[in-house]
Structures are given as structure tokens and as C-alpha cells.
Design a protein around this ligand. Structure first.
Ligand code: PEP
Ligand code: MG
Length: 953
């Protein structure tokens, strides 16, 4: 990287004119071995294209792209001309900085220089400078602005203590390129200063590259040194850049507005209060810069000139960097961005001129801003193109078909109901208490009316009760009083309402009680509804007829709350087929498609949709022929299911007499009886964590025993395979917080977690053993990856089983970590059975997050690599006379069934709703044919090839 040093500076030179100055410069660069003879022609050619005068008496002569080959090594030489040199256009140069650059290393230098350009009278000071050191000081001492924008604000950060909050602050500063490695450790060692109202200030000047301030509030109230910790300022300190901010902060605190910061829910509100940089909410576009040497002086000048032809503000920033946007009309500011080739520019234009300015600037940048540009490599260009803001996202067009991840089978037709949580901006200060109070009352009564209508319409009792609770919250006099007190202090209705709601919700959460935590979610829910009214944002009313619910992503609890009679289908922008929310959708029998892309969120409300949850297809505004076909398919599927249903209680036997055991996956003890009625021959996977989640606190021994007993009773002698608690990853327990991990799917989850908390694991094992009463109990441990984990879990179980004797106990493991499959021959000697969790096994084998928004469609359990692992597991188990089940979602995929049977799997466990269909499928083929199919599949190259083979079976 180019740096300025005193040795590069020649003082007190005289040149008759620009040509002479260039000759001197070329001679110096050549003499110092930086360039080959001939570079002067490059310097002259460059000046002929356009003056390199930068401003404040500085010029930066440099060669053309054609003379870059003459550069031996990148460097700069500075020449002071106290008398000045006429640089054309009436500009006088006192300092010429000659650059010999092979590529774009000089951009960093330009950044330093352009900061100095902001200094009031730099030109004359450069002229008067007497030593190289004076020059250096002048160029480098320009104060850098304090970085403080919305990327440096973190509100409601989920942390456990002060240290974690500090580390998050350091992370924000690092992301904004304010600090380098070593800053976080230095910051942690700093002495925080309490500012009152639970606000703290902490700073460090170690490893600081540019000054910046991060502000964070914790998700739940914390304490530090016996005082509340509601908000933390982390300063990356460099020079005096922060002084103005600090003064402003002190003024805020004196005015008694510290609580406003501590309780802030909007980044914009914090920035407005602190005077930071708010990102204007203007139309914008993103595009990559292709200029070989970045946005250096010449293209930047073109951009400035173009921007100046528009009468309105235009700003530019490097997308996704921490740096604030600068005016496109200021050359020095543009240069200070230091944009390199390939970086993505974000251009924002005032709404009044955006429509004409943005396309004009886009075209100019694409054409190289006066330079010839080599197109960027394709992936770089595409990366920018697919950035959400690069090309405004569009909703899928009427008549279009979209492929997404099939998450729950079935065909659904209905109007789209878009359910979005938008971040809303609002003013902090109100017009007057009276006006704001009236505004709030109007919004409250509007929301009350909407919720009353929902109460009347909700058939499901549980859903009705949720809305009744919401009505009670709206009428809560305490909330009302607190809001009113804030209105009297001059706050806007929206700010007062949201501050009070957020504080109440945070307080509920801090009590670590699942029920109260849910109440916090409810509070935020009504908070948002009222805020939307205040901001004039209408939440689309639910259609009267059954609709397709369109969401960004869904949490299992969102799905569980759905009214099956109103929601015909679910469509999400993000998510994968084996995410737990998809599993819940399947259990509820609601056709679902996930991971359809953000475009679906832009669909017009009530757009007619046809959703095929089996094939993963969405049709937007289907025509009558498509609707008719869908209706016929629905009927055909209905007929097939009816037929299968008629035989659901009969065993699943292949044509050549091989019997498969077909069991149910359960997450709710109350569902066991229904599963048996649907044909389950046992429970093949009891996800006990869902039972834990249904309780407000960790269920004690007696409560768990009652839950498990209920399953045994319903099974009436059929086996129960219970999995010990599998939390962590995407299944957190609200009352059992697990420290946040960078990568929770590869962290402390499943059996790793319970082995660390043996007391809890013992209670669960005791409850299972006591509930069995001699009935067939199989216990299995999730996420086992090593023999030691299995042995530890086994030993604990055997010790307890010695206390609580069992008539029919088997101990096994889930095979869902590739290492378990690979050492299956060793494990098979010790376990009683294996149950293959294909959801996680696929995720870990293919290295694709099962809930990944865009990749999870490729996380297909029929990938030959996953089939190899299944094959290995089954062979190892059978060699030791042990049985193998599959309890991942693959077991319920009719296409996968013959393959699993052919690989030798003995038991399939799936959502109870699919049992009849899977049993019917098993009856359609012979074991020998299935074996042949599986053998063929093992040799194929991709999941798609396996699916194609299986389709033909
Ligand atoms: C699996 O991983 O396949 C499995 C059945 O477990 P879960 O989906 O609950 O993680
Ligand atoms: Mg799993």
C-alpha cells in the first residue's frame, strides 16, 4: 500500500510551467528507479486528457493505462513549488504529487489527500511549508469524520452480559472498517464510564483505522458493576473526531433524554438524537464499478460533472461498507471513498430527480465515465445484479410459474394474503400533546375494531384467545398512563407508544418465563399494529375465503397458530424443506412451498395463486385450464388417499412378502392416539423437545412422566422410540438459554448439550423409564458423532435402568452426523438399533444448512452421497443383527420409499398424516425390484439423477 514519507518530498523547487514541472517529475521518478524512460509521455498524455489538478494547490500527475508497463514499482514523489506552477484553467499548483502506479494502489493515497482537501487554506500552507515533515503533517492531519451510521447501531442485541455486548460493539466497528484485529481485546480491557440512565461509554484507540462510534442496547436488561446496563457506546477513538458528538450526548443527558436512547427501538431515532448519518430513504440503485483503476480523479470528475446537471441531491457510497454516503457533486468526497474496481456503488437520489438521474448515472458508470472499461468477470457482475437493491425486485408476473422448495404436499388455490413486518420510521417529537393523543386514540380504536372482528371470525379456541389477550393489552391502563406521560413531554404518539411497548416487552422477557416471553411477543405484535396505523401503513385485511399466506419466513410457532380453516396454503420467501416450520406445516396438513424468493413478498394482495406443495410449483394468476387441471389432480390425489386410507390399519408388505414397520413422528403426546388411528404401528421418533417447548418452564420429573405415559397408553403395547432432548441449532428453548454461538448447527446441540447438563438428562431418562411400565421403550440419542458420546449416554441410561427395571428396553442412536454413519460398524456392535435422521445427515453431508434460504432446495436426501451413508449404516447394523429405521423427512417422501426399502431399512417413521400413503406405496413393489433400484441409485452422480430413476420405478 502506498504511504507518504518525508523521503519522497523535494522542497523549494521552481518550474517555469506545467511542462517543465512534468519533466522534473518524470526525471525524479526515473532517477529513483520507479519508472522506465518514456514515462514522461504518459504524464503528458494524461494531462492532455484532462487536468490532474485536485484542488487546494495540489495536482496529482500520473501516467496513462498504456504507460503502466513502464512502472517498475509503485511509488510517489512529491515536489513543492513555493512560487507555484500554472496548471491551466487558472489553477496554481504548489505541490505536485507524481504517481507511478501499476494498478489502483494509489487510491488509498487519494483518500488521504482528499481528506486534507477539506481543510480551509491548505494551498497557502503547503506553499509556506519549510520542511518535508511540515508537508506531511499538513496532508495527514486533516481530521477524519467520526463514522456513525445505521450500521453502527445495534438495538436489542441478544447477549448475556457486558463482555458479549462489548464484543458485539467491536464487531460492528470492525465491519464498518473502523478498526482492525486487536481492537476488541483492547476495548474489553477499557474502563467503562457510566453516563446515567443505564448508559455506558467505553473507548479504545488501539488498532483504530478511522474513528467510529457504535451504540448497542441489549435485548434484555443487564447489570454491570451493580448498575443497570441499558445501552453501551463503543468508541474507536482517533484524534478529536468524537468531541462534537460527545458534547451533543452530554447535552442530551442533561436534558434528561438518556432514557430515550436506552429504550430506543429505531436506529434512525438514535441517529437523529445523536446527529449521526441517517441513510436517506431515497430511491437508489447499486452497480459495480468496472474502471480498471477504480474511481480515481478522472472518472470521478466525470461523475461530478454529470451529477451537477441535476438540481437535487445525489449521494454515493460503497455498498455494504460502513462508510457514509457522500455528495456525488463533490470531487474530493467522491475520491475519499477510495472505490476500487469490482466494488459495488450505491447511488441514492432525491425522489424529485431520481427517475431521470439514476438511469443517467447508471448508463454513464456502465460506459466507464470517460474511460474504456473491461467488463467485470461474470460472477462479479451477477453478484451485484442480484443484490436486492441492484435491480428493483419485482413480483412474479401474472401467468408466471415459479419453482420453490416443496415443504408440505397438496394443492392449494386461493388469494394471496401478504404478511410482512416492515420497519417503520417515525418522528421522535410530536406536534403537541393534544394532537398526538388524538392520533393515538384514533389508531387504538381502529386496531381494537380489527381485533374484535378477528375474535368473531376465529373458530379455533386457542387463536380466539390470543386475540382476546391482545384486546386486553390494548386496554391496559398502565400502558396508557405511561404513554400519556411521554406525550406530555413532547414525544410523538408513535415514539411514546413504541417506547412504552418495547420497555414492557423487554421486562416480560427478562423474567425468563416462557409464558411471559410469549406475552412479550404479543405485546410487540399489537405494538406493531398500532404503529402501522399511526404511520398510515395499512396491514392488508385477511381475505374472506381461505387464502395462501405469503410470509418472509415462518417460525414453528407462527404455523402452529394458524387457523387451518382459513389458511389454504403457505408460501414463504425463505426457508427449506426440512426446517422445523416446514415439518409443522406438514403435520398440520397445510400444503406449503418455501424458499420462493423475495419477489413473492411483492405480490399484490389477493393475487390468485395456485400452489403445488408436492412438485414445488407456484402459478401466479392461473388460467382456467390450469385451475381445472389442479382441481382434477386434487381429486385424483384425494381418491388415491381415500383408497390408501381404507387400508391404513393393515401392515405394509411388499409384493414379495417383506414387511416394513411404519411408525409416526410425534412432537406432542396428545397426538399419539390419533397417530395410531391413522395407521401408526408405533412411534418411531418422539421429538421430546417439542414437549418441553409446550411447557412454560422445564417440565419436572412428574410432568414429563405424565406426558410420556400418555404416549405409551395411546400406543397400547406398540413400541415408543423416544429421542432425548434435542435442543440447540434451530430449536432453542426459551427458558434454557444457550450461549450464542457463531455457528450453532456445528455447536453445542443435541446430545452434546444434554451430556453437559447431566442432571436434566437424568430427569428425562428417569421419566421415560418410569412411564414405560414394562411396555416397549426404545431410547435414542440425537446428534451422536463419536463412540464416547454414545457410551456416556448409554452408561447413564443403564445405571438408571438398573434402578427402574425394564421389561423391554432398547438403546440406540440417531445417525444424523456423517461420522456416526462412517463408524457404524463400530457403533453397531454396541447399540440395539439405529434411526437415521436424514434431515441432519443430509445437511452435514452436503454442507447445506437445512433452512438455507436459497440452497436448501439442493439439500436433497436422495443425493447419492447420503444414500451411501445410509447403505453403510444398514450393512453395519444388519451384520450385527440390529435394526435400522429412517425418521427424517425422506421416510415420508413416496418417491424415496422404494429406495429406502431397497437399501434394507427396516422401519420408516414419518408424519402420521402420510402413513396411509406410504403403506400403500410399499404394497406396490417387490423387495427384489427395490434392491435393484437402490443398487442403481448408489452408482449415480446426483440427486436429480436418483429422482429421475425413482420416478421411472
Ligand atoms: C433428522 O435430523 O432427520 C431428524 C429426524 O431430526 P430433526 O428433524 O428433529 O432434527
Ligand atoms: Mg436431527
Amino acid at each position: 500500500m502506498l504511504e507518504l514519507t518525508a523521503g519522497q518530498i523535494s522542497m523549494g523547487l521552481v518550474a517555469a510551467d506545467k511542462a517543465a514541472a512534468l519533466r522534473m517529475l518524470a526525471g525524479l521518478l526515473e532517477g529513483d528507479g520507479l519508472v522506465a524512460p518514456g514515462y514522461l509521455a504518459g504524464l503528458e498524455a494524461r494531462e492532455a486528457q484532462g487536468s490532474t489538478y485536485l484542488g487546494q494547490g495540489i495536482a496529482i500527475p500520473h501516467g496513462t493505462p498504456q504507460t503502466r508497463e513502464l512502472v517498475h514499482s509503485t511509488g510517489v514523489r512529491l515536489m513543492q513549488f513555493p512560487e507555484g506552477v500554472d496548471w491551466g484553467d487558472g489553477q496554481r499548483v504548489y505541490l505536485a504529487i507524481g504517481i507511478a502506479a501499476k494498478s489502483d494502489e494509489h487510491l488509498r493515497l487519494l483518500q488521504i489527500l482528499t481528506r486534507a482537501l477539506g481543510e480551509a487554506d491548505l494551498g497557502s500552507e503547503l506553499r509556506r511549508a519549510e520542511t518535508p515533515e511540515d508537508i506531511l503533517k499538513l496532508l495527514q492531519s486533516a481530521p477524519q469524520e467520526l463514522a456513525l451510521d445505521d450500521q453502527l447501531i445495534g438495538l436489542g442485541v441478544p447477549v448475556e452480559d457486558y463482555d458479549e455486548l462489548v464484543l458485539q460493539g467491536a464487531r460492528l466497528l470492525r465491519r464498518a472498517e473502523c478498526v482492525g484485529g486487536g481492537f476488541a481485546a483492547a476495548l474489553l480491557q477499557g474502563e467503562p464510564l457510566p453516563l446515567g440512565d443505564g448508559l455506558w461509554w467505553l473507548h479504545s484507540d488501539q488498532a483504530v483505522q478511522r474513528p467510529g462510534l457504535a451504540y448497542l442496547t441489549p435485548e434484555k436488561p443487564l447489570r454491570y458493576l451493580d448498575q443497570p446496563l441499558n445501552g453501551l457506546f463503543c468508541l474507536a477513538s482517533l484524534g478529536d473526531a468524537h468531541l462534537a458528538l460527545l458534547e451533543r450526548l452530554c447535552a442530551l443527558l442533561i436534558e434528561g433524554r438518556g432514557r430515550e436512547l436506552a429504550r430506543a427501538t429505531q436506529r434512525r431515532a438514535v441517529l437523529e438524537a445523536l446527529g449521526g448519518e441517517t441513510r436517506p430513504d431515497w430511491p437508489s440503485l447499486r452497480l459495480p464499478l468496472a474502471n480498471a483503476h477504480g474511481l480515481h480523479a478522472r472518472p470521478a470528475k466525470e461523475l461530478v460533472q454529470l451529477a451537477k446537471t441535476f438540481e437535487g441531491d445525489i449521494r454515493v457510497r460503497v455498498a455494504d461498507s460502513g462508510a457514509a454516503a457522500v455528495s456525488a457533486k463533490s470531487l474530493s468526497k467522491l475520491l475519499s471513498l477510495g472505490v476500487r474496481r469490482g466494488q459495488v456503488l450505491e447511488i441514492l437520489a432525491e425522489p424529485a430527480i431520481a427517475e431521470t438521474a439514476l438511469p443517467t448515472l447508471k448508463a454513464a458508470i456502465e460506459q466507464g465515465l470517460g474511460e474504456e472499461v473491461e467488463p467485470l468477470p461474470l460472477n462479479q457482475a451477477t453478484e451485484a445484479d442480484v443484490e436486492p437493491q441492484a435491480q428493483p425486485l419485482a413480483a412474479p408476473a401474472p401467468g408466471s410459474q415459479l419453482q420453490a422448495v416443496p415443504a408440505a404436499p397438496g394443492i392449494a388455490v386461493g388469494p394471496a394474503h401478504i404478511h410482512l413486518h416492515k420497519e417503520l420510521d417515525y418522528p421522535l417529537r410530536g406536534e403537541s400533546p393534544g394532537v398526538e393523543r388524538e392520533r393515538l386514540q384514533r389508531a387504538l380504536s381502529q386496531v381494537r375494531g380489527e381485533i374484535e372482528a378477528l375474535v368473531l371470525r376465529s373458530e379455533a379456541k386457542a387463536i380466539r384467545e390470543i386475540f382476546i389477550t391482545h384486546l386486553e393489552m390494548l386496554a391496559d391502563p398502565e400502558l396508557g398512563d405511561e404513554v400519556d406521560a411521554r406525550l406530555k413531554q413532547g414525544e410523538s404518539a408513535a415514539a411514546a407508544w413504541m417506547t412504552v411497548i418495547e420497555a414492557a416487552a423487554t421486562q416480560q422477557e427478562s423474567l425468563h418465563d416462557a409464558l411471559l416471553a410469549e406475552r412479550a411477543a404479543d405485546l410487540r405484535d399489537i405494538g406493531r399494529r398500532v404503529l402501522a396505523q399511526l404511520c398510515g401503513v395499512e396491514d392488508a385485511a385477511e381475505p374472506e375465503e381461505p387464502y395462501i399466506l405469503v410470509m418472509d419466513e415462518m417460525a414453528p410457532s407462527d404455523v402452529a397458530r394458524l387457523d387451518r380453516n382459513r389458511v389454504a396454503g403457505i408460501l414463504t420467501a425463505r426457508g427449506g424443506a426440512t426446517s422445523h416450520s416446514a415439518i409443522v406445516a406438514r403435520a398440520l396438513g397445510i400444503p406449503a412451498l418455501v424458499g420462493a424468493g423475495a419477489g413473492v413478498l411483492l405480490l399484490e394482495p389477493r393475487t390468485s395463486l395456485l400452489l403445488d406443495g408436492q412438485r414445488g410449483r407456484l402459478v401466479v394468476t392461473p388460467d382456467s385450464a390450469q385451475l381445472e387441471r389442479a382441481r382434477q389432480e386434487q381429486e385424483g390425489r384425494q381418491r388415491r388417499l381415500q383408497l390408501a386410507d381404507a387400508h391404513k390399519l393393515e401392515p405394509a408388505i411388499t409384493r414379495d412378502g417383506h414387511r416394513l414397520e411404519i411408525c409416526a413422528n410425534l412432537g406432542d403426546s396428545a397426538a399419539a392416539a390419533k397417530a395410531v388411528a391413522q395407521g401408526a404401528e408405533g412411534v418411531g421418533l418422539l421429538r421430546t423437545e417439542f414437549i418441553f417447548m409446550a411447557h412454560p418452564q422445564a417440565p419436572d420429573l412428574a410432568t414429563q412422566e405424565a406426558e410420556y405415559r400418555r404416549v405409551f397408553d395411546a400406543l397400547d403395547g406398540r413400541p415408543l422410540v423416544a429421542r432425548t432432548l434435542d435442543v440447540g441449532g434451530d430449536k432453542p428453548l426459551p427458558y434454557w438459554p444457550v450461549p450464542e454461538e457463531e455457528n450453532p448447527f456445528l455447536g453445542v446441540r443435541g446430545v452434546r448439550l444434554t451430556l453437559q447438563r447431566p442432571h436434566l438428562m437424568e430427569t428425562q431418562l428417569r421419566a421415560l423409564l418410569r412411564a414405560s411400565d414394562g411396555r416397549p421403550l426404545r431410547i435414542m440419542f440425537p446428534m451422536v458423532g463419536s463412540v464416547e458420546e454414545w457410551r456416556q449416554a448409554r452408561d447413564m441410561s443403564l445405571r438408571l435402568a438398573a434402578e427402574i427395571p425394564q421389561a423391554d428396553l432398547q438403546l440406540g442412536i440417531m445417525v444424523e452426523v456423517p461420522s456416526a454413519a462412517l463408524i457404524a460398524p463400530v457403533l453397531a456392535r454396541e447399540v440395539d438399533f439405529f434411526s437415521i435422521g436424514t434431515n441432519d445427515l443430509t445437511q452435514y453431508c452436503l454442507a447445506i444448512d437445512r433452512g438455507h434460504p436459497t440452497l436448501s432446495a439442493q439439500a436433497d436426501g436422495l443425493h447419492p452421497a447420503v444414500l451411501q451413508l445410509i447403505d453403510l449404516t444398514v450393512r453395519a447394523a444388519h451384520a450385527q443383527g440390529k435394526w435400522v429405521g429412517v425418521c427424517g423427512e425422506l421416510a415420508g417422501d413416496p418417491l424415496a420409499v422404494p429406495l429406502l426399502v431397497g437399501l434394507g431399512v427396516d422401519e420408516l417413521s414419518l408424519s402420521a398424516g402420510g402413513i396411509a400413503e406410504v403403506k400403500a406405496r410399499v404394497r406396490e413393489f417387490s423387495l427384489s425390484a427395490a434392491r435393484e433400484l437402490a443398487e442403481g441409485a448408489l452408482t449415480l452422480e446426483s440427486a436429480a439423477a436418483v429422482r429421475e430413476l425413482a420416478e421411472r420405478f
